[in-house]
Structure formats: structure tokens, C-alpha cells
Ligand binder design. Structure first.
Ligand code: HDD
Length: 752
């Protein structure tokens, strides 16, 4: 009975206190030894929400298949009252047990020691790469279009599978900013009922190196310098460029990083790639080779470099916030899973491209991406540490129907991902952590070890046995067991060497470069010039320019101009390649669900128009955020941002209904501005907002007084800026602009 007072505790405390004689006469409050005053609870104790399914106990089984372990609810927080870790209720967690009010703390205070000891060990090592990440739960529904080529049950038509996805940056530590220029991890755990499948991919289809043995080297080069531990989460430094200019196989991935793909607008707007070629096998034992792709419903979009940099300071959690906000607003992020399919020939090539080389793509024009199912992220984690931090992916988590190839990068990964969890998650039982538990029944013969959660019954965790009724049994040929495809391994000498085709390091980089639109090329040039401009060593810049010369002379010359260095001549003939339109992010129109529209308002202006506009933005599946001179509400509408807290970088478009003149104590209006033609005085922070949105090629609109504000900002009449009579009318035009993502026509490019 929770309401029953503890037995005579008050008397016990008072009696004990009376015997104390060492309290100084001046002690406050109350006399020495008086009973502690009861601490009122600020809220009435009540039962917490029931734990979610994945907070339950491990779904381990006895060798005979019977469930074991603690009751399902035992892993979550239960009951209204604070307890020790052993479940004893506590009266006080704010005062140590002391010898007198002013006395030393007693070693016997087991609650103090338990609390501090646990806290001392709260942190675990961050991931050695991909330390910064954000995760979400969701579901995958299969179209059934891959049924003929794989026996994997989760790819059968209509099959629904729970998933957990973690997005990440690669180089930064756990607390680094989201919007840095880097590759993004895109790791998906499919909890299939035939065993977990982890698709541990990136937002770029190629990798820096061809052999896993070089992974420590590229990561040592990309991480901060070992002496000063700077720069954080950056590739713009000498060791990175030293490595990639010396390992020319890294040039392809490096160009993807220097392109807009290195600074995604949102996790929701990234493609994902399994990178390696995998082998699918069907019920008849027939095989094909495939590459996995994730295609985002919202299209592939990026930030501008200036936005990315501003966000690093304004909102370092931008991508994480964007993901959670979208899910909580019901704008569930979606991707289609696609596969490129290749015949499984002994050469393991397609159209002359070596399918075992992870620095190569197969252009979509040569092998179309065939859609096989849809992923929807619809639930944010309940607890970041328990789920996002402890989730453990492994490229070797494969269900029947999916197998690996001999890609030497993939082969090394097959070792690395289990190994790293032993240190990171503290032992071999990490698959029993709730987020890692398979949703298929588990009946392994793995026993004991640190942090064992299961209470395994039976006496014979070995095979064959006669003591546990012979359990566990091997699955027969027709019982859906994992099949190691009996691929023929060539009789060959042991060597430390690559296939000859791996020596081509430039042709596909050129293909990527030539596939870009002029705007995208411009961005690539600027990124190379920025990043190399941050290097101190001249020799490194020159060596990288030599690589660029072997990719494309225009690119090389433009970057060299930026660095103030001569452009070298190519040392290898330029490859004759066919561009792939599918590599460009531009030139298409995309859904705008979940996009943010900032609406600048004057509390004394056209609020009916604002209200109407706000409803129209909601109806379009976007998020309207009102920006006013002060917070609170106007005409019943929440003002979520003020001129002081709003910054252009958090909006995809901005609409100006009006902007009050700056208050006398606000920032002064800019010189010259106040004397402009229409002499409208506008708060300079609103002008900055509009100017930045303009510079970042975002859609801008205004009506009524708002149109005058745009004139004051000198942006009217330029591409992507619309004015009209009402908010709703202007929003219609704005939506069209937003579907094309950015108004790059503002900045005609001529250089490339
Ligand atoms: Fe890796 C994490 C993706 C090559 C070794 N990797 C990690 C994550 C992603 C990738 C998305 C984060 C998973 C998460 O969110 O927990 N890695 C890739 C891709 C690669 C790749 C797409 C190339 C195609 N990785 C790679 C190699 C090695 C590793 C060659 C080692 C030989 N990767 C690891 C790791 C990590 C990891 C050290 C760190 C934390 C973890 O695994 O669980 O084992």
C-alpha cells in the first residue's frame, strides 16, 4: 500500500536525533538533531506509462523453445516511487547519510555509493567512426518485386517488417555539429522474422578505399590531428588531403564529399547506398548480384555551404531536430528500397565495371534501380542512449536469401563490426540489448559472458546431445536456413594484391564531374578550393591538383585559380565517359512535405491574411513558423520565433506579411537603408533574414506591406521572389518554387 506511512520512521529518526550531541548550537534550521522536515512532492505520485515493447526483457528461449527470463515489463521504469536499483523505496535522494548535519559522510551510505558509482560509469566509448548520429523506428513494407530473385521472407509481397535506422556523420565525435561536410551513414536494421538484416550503408555509393586493411589509415587521416586534436568533424585539413592525394583510389569518394552530397539538407532528403555488391539467392538456389539503393520520397537536397556553416553555430543539432520534428509532426520520412540487378557471372563485372570494386558505381542508365519496398520512419526513440547509442549494426547480420561477395572492403567489415561492439558495448552479449534483439526466435548455443540477460534453461548447449531432447536441431534444406552460396573460389596463390581493374582511379570521378549541372560544378570547385585552402602544406595542395588534372582540366584550373597555384597537366589520358543524369540532384520537382515556411508578421498588420496563409501551409503538409517582434501569441496564433531568435537557415522559404518598424531600443536601422525610396523603416534583423534567404537561393514571397519590405531588401524582381495581393495567392507560387528546391537562376554560372 503506497499511501501507508513507513513504520514509525519519524519516531526512529527523532529518537536517533535526540541522542546526537555534536551539533553546534547555531545550526539552522531547527535545533540540532531535530527530524528532517517532510519533503512535499511537487506532483501527486502516479504510475508511469507502461513500458514499450522494446523495453521488455530479452526474447531468449530455452533449448526447447519455451520463453525464459524476467517478466516483460522488468526492464523499463516502473511504479510511482523512487527505488534503489534493487527495488527498495527511498525516502530521500538529496542528502548523503552523515555523522551529524555538519559531519562527514558515512561509508555505509549504500544509496549514495550506488548512485554515484552508476553515474561514474554512465558513458561508454563513442563509436570509433560514425559517433554522431540520430535514430528512428519505422516499418518496411515489401512490394514483392524481388520475390523471384531472393528467398528472403521480408521481401515477399506485402510483408511488413519493423526497422530501426541510424543516420550519422563519419568523422566528428558524439557532440559535433550535424551540418559539417562529411559522408553520412545510413544504417538500417530490419527485424525480419527470419533473423535480423542490417544494411549498413552511406549516402554515397562509393568508398575511399578498396581494401578494409586501409580503413584505420583513412580514418586516422580524417580524424583531428593527433597533436592538437583539431579540426573537429572536418576534412579541411592536411592529413586528410595528404591521404587522399596519395591514395588516388580515394578520389571518387572525395569528389562526392566535395559535392553538395556532403552537406545534406536533411536526413530525409538523402539517398542511401549499400555500396558493395551483394549476392541474392532464391528458393531454387539461383543467384544474382545486386547493389542496394534507398530513394527518398522528398528527393535529394542539400544545404548551401554558408548555410551549413551558419547552422554549425546556430543549431548544431539541425539534422537531428529536423528528423524528430518531422516524425512528431506526422510528416513521416519515406524511402523506397531499390536494387540494381546484375547476372552472377564468374567475372563479377557488369558493362566492364568490376562489381567487387567499392570505388565504382554502375550508372542507373545501365542498370535501372528497381523498387522492391517502402521504408517509413514513424517513431522517435524513447531513450537516446538505450536505442540510438546502443544499437549495434553489422554487415554480417544477414537473413536467408542475402549473402556477401568477395569485395575486399566488405570482407574486412565482416570482422570489424562485431569486434568493435566488444569494447563499445562491453562484451559479447550486445545482441540482448533491447534495440538489438532479433524479432525472430533465438535459439543459439552462446552462453554466459559479461552482461548476460537471459536465464538459459537446459543443460546441453552443445550438439548433438541426448540430454536436452536433442535440441536445438539443425534446419533441413527446405526449412529456410541461411545458405552460404557455394561460390567457386579460384585456385590461386596467396597474394597481397588487388585485381588489375582496381587500378583505374580516375574514370568514374570524371564521369561524376561531367554528370553535374553547372551550379553543382561551381559548388564542387568552391569546396575543393575551400578545403585545400585550409591546408598548410604546399606539396599536398600541388599533389591534389595533379589528381584533379587527371580528372578534368577545367576543374583543375578553377581550383588552382582559387588557390593561386599553377594548374598542372594531366599525367594520364582523360577517360572517355558517358555522363549519368541520375547523379545530378537538380532539374526535377519534388514533394515539399515537412518543409518549413517562415512567416514574418507585424502584430498590428494583416493577421487575417496570416491566419489564412498558416492554414494553407498546414494543408500543404508543411510547417508554418511565425516570426514576430516578440514571442507569445497574436490573434490566437503562436509566434514561434522572434526577430532575435529566428535565423534564415532554419526555413526553406520565407513569406513576409509585414514587419513593424524597429522599436526605439532595438538595433539601429542600417545607414542608407532608412533613406531608401519608399522610406519604410524595417527592423534590420528582418532584412538580414531576407538577404540570407536570397543568398541561399530560397523561395521568398510577400504581400501587402510585406511586398514593400521585400523592395526595401532589394530582392523584388529577381528569380524566386514572388509578391501578390494575398498570402494564399503568394503561397501558391511559392510552393511551385519550393518543389524545385532552390532558385539557382539567381546566380547565373558561366565558368564551367
Ligand atoms: Fe563502417 C560504423 C558504414 C566501411 C568499420 N560504418 C559504420 C556505420 C555506418 C558505416 C553507417 C555506423 C553504424 C551505426 O549507426 O551504428 N562503413 C560503412 C560503409 C562502409 C564502411 C558504407 C564502406 C562501404 N567500416 C568500413 C570498414 C571498416 C568499418 C572498411 C573496417 C574495416 N564501421 C566500422 C566500425 C563501426 C562502423 C569500426 C564503428 C561503430 C560500429 O561499427 O558499430 O566497426
Amino acid at each position: 500500500d503506497a499511501s501507508k506511512p513507513a513504520r514509525k520512521v519519524k519516531d526512529v529518526v527523532e529518537t536517533a536525533a535526540e541522542t546526537l550531541t555534536d551539533g553546534p548550537a547555531t545550526e539552522l534550521p531547527g535545533a540540532p538533531g531535530s527530524a528532517p522536515p517532510p519533503v512535499p512532492e511537487p506532483t501527486v505520485p502516479q504510475e508511469p506509462l507502461p513500458p514499450k515493447r522494446d523495453q521488455g526483457a530479452p526474447d531468449t528461449r530455452t533449448p526447447t523453445g519455451a520463453p525464459t527470463g524476467a517478466p516483460a515489463a522488468s526492464m523499463g521504469q516502473q511504479g510511482a516511487y523512487l527505488t534503489t536499483s534493487q527495488g527498495a523505496r527511498l525516502r530521500d535522494t538529496d542528502h548523503s547519510l552523515k555523522a551529524g548535519r555538519r559531519g562527514p559522510v558515512l561509508l555505509q551510505d549504500h544509496h549514495l555509493r550506488e548512485k554515484i558509482t552508476h553515474f561514474d560509469h554512465e558513458r561508454i566509448p563513442e563509436r570509433v567512426v560514425h559517433a554522431r548520429g540520430a535514430g528512428a523506428h519505422g516499418e518496411f513494407i515489401s512490394y514483392g518485386t524481388a520475390e523471384a530473385i531472393t528467398s528472403a521472407g521480408f521481401l515477399k509481397k506485402g510483408r511488413k517488417t519493423d526497422v530501426f535506422v541510424r543516420f550519422s556523420t563519419v568523422l566528428g565525435s558524439r557532440g559535433s555539429a550535424d551540418t559539417v561536410r562529411d559522408t553520412r551513414g545510413f544504417a538500417t536494421k530490419f527485424y525480419t522474422d527470419e533473423g535480423t538484416f542490417d544494411l549498413v550503408g552511406n549516402n554515397m555509393p562509393v568508398f575511399f578505399i578498396q581494401d578494409a586493411i586501409k580503413f584505420p589509415d583513412i580514418i586516422h587521416a580524417g580524424k583531428p590531428h593527433p597533436d592538437r586534436e583539431i579540426p573537429q568533424a572536418q576534412s579541411a585539413h592536411d592529413t586528410f588531403w595528404d591521404f587522399v592525394s596519395l591514395h588516388t583510389e580515394a578520389q571518387h569518394h572525395t569528389m562526392w564529399n566535395m559535392s553538395d552530397r556532403g552537406i545534406p539538407r536533411s536526413f530525409r532528403m538523402m539517398e542511401g547506398f549499400g555500396v558493395h555488391t551483394f549476392r541474392l539467392v532464391n528458393d531454387a538456389g539461383e543467384t544474382v548480384l545486386v547493389k542496394f539503393h534507398w530513394k527518398p520520397k522528398l528527393g535529394v537536397h542539400s544545404l548551401t555551404w554558408e548555410e551549413a556553416q551558419l547552422l554549425g553555430g546556430m543549431d548544431p543539432d539541425f539534422h537531428r531536430r529536423d528528423l524528430y520534428d518531422a516524425i512528431e509532426a506526422g510528416a513521416f520520412p519515406e524511402w523506397e528500397l531499390g536494387i540494381q540487378i546484375f547476372p552472377d557471372t564468374p567475372e563479377e563485372t557488369f558493362a566492364g565495371i568490376d562489381l567487387l570494386d567499392p570505388t565504382k558505381i554502375v550508372p542507373e542508365e545501365l542498370a535501372p534501380v528497381q523498387r522492391v519496398g517502402r521504408l517509413t520512419l514513424n517513431r522517435t526513440p524513447t531513450n537516446f542512449f538505450a536505442e540510438t547509442e546502443q544499437v549495434a549494426f553489422h554487415v554480417g547480420h544477414l537473413p536467408p536469401g542475402i549473402d556477401v561477395t568477395n569485395d575486399p572492403l566488405l570482407q574486412g567489415r565482416l570482422f570489424s563490426y562485431v569486434d568493435t561492439q566488444l569494447t563499445r558495448l562491453g562484451g559479447p552479449n550486445f545482441s540482448q540489448i533491447p534495440v538489438n534483439r532479433p524479432h525472430a526466435p533465438v535459439n543459439d548455443m552462446l552462453r554466459d559472458g559479461f552482461h548476460q540477460q537471459a536465464v538459459h534453461a537446459g543443460v546441453a548447449p552443445y550438439r548433438p546431445n541426448s540430454l536436452d531432447g536433442g535440441n536445438p536441431f539443425r534446419a533441413g534444406d527446405d526449412e529456410n536456413a541461411f545458405l552460404d552460396v557455394p561460390v567457386r573460389v579460384a585456385e590461386a596463390p596467396k597474394v597481397r594484391a588487388n585485381p588489375v581493374s582496381f587500378a583505374d582511379h580516375f574514370s568514374q570521378v570524371r564521369l561524376f564531374w561531367l554528370s553535374m549541372s553547372p551550379v553543382e560544378r561551381e559548388h564542387i570547385i568552391r569546396s575543393y578550393a575551400f578545403e585545400l585552402g585550409k591546408c598548410y602544406h604546399q606539396a599536398i595542395k600541388e599533389r591534389q591538383l595533379q589528381c584533379l588534372a587527371n580528372i578534368d582540366p577545367v576543374l583543375c584550373t578553377q581550383v588552382a585559380n582559387g588557390l593561386g597555384l599553377p594548374a598542372p597537366e594531366p599525367t594520364t589520358p582523360l577517360s572517355d565517359v558517358t555522363p549519368s543524369a541520375a547523379l545530378s540532384q537538380l532539374g526535377q520537382r519534388w514533394p515539399t512535405d515537412g518543409r518549413t515556411v517562415g512567416i514574418v508578421i507585424d502584430p498590428d498588420g494583416d493577421l487575417d491574411g496570416v491566419s489564412e496563409l498558416r492554414e494553407a501551409v498546414f494543408a500543404a503538409g508543411m510547417v508554418p513558423l511565425l516570426i514576430g517582434p516578440h514571442g507569445g501569441t497574436v490573434a490566437g496564433m503562436p509566434v514561434q520565433r522572434t526577430f532575435a531568435t529566428a535565423r534564415s537557415v532554419e526555413f526553406d522559404a520565407v513569406l513576409v506579411a509585414g514587419a513593424p518598424a524597429p522599436a526605439p531600443d532595438a538595433l539601429p536601422a542600417r545607414d542608407g537603408r532608412a533613406a531608401s525610396a519608399d522610406s519604410l523603416s524595417v527592423d534590420p534583423r528582418v532584412l538580414l533574414l531576407i538577404e540570407e534567404c536570397w543568398r541561399h537561393a530560397k523561395a521568398i514571397g510577400g504581400w501587402g506591406v510585406g511586398g514593400n519590405v521585400l523592395r526595401r531588401a532589394d530582392v523584388t524582381g529577381t528569380p524566386g521572389v514572388v509578391t501578390g495581393d494575398s498570402g494564399a495567392e503568394v503561397f501558391g507560387d511559392l510552393q511551385q518554387l519550393m518543389a524545385g528546391h532552390r532558385s539557382w537562376e539567381r546566380f547565373p554560372t558561366s565558368r564551367v
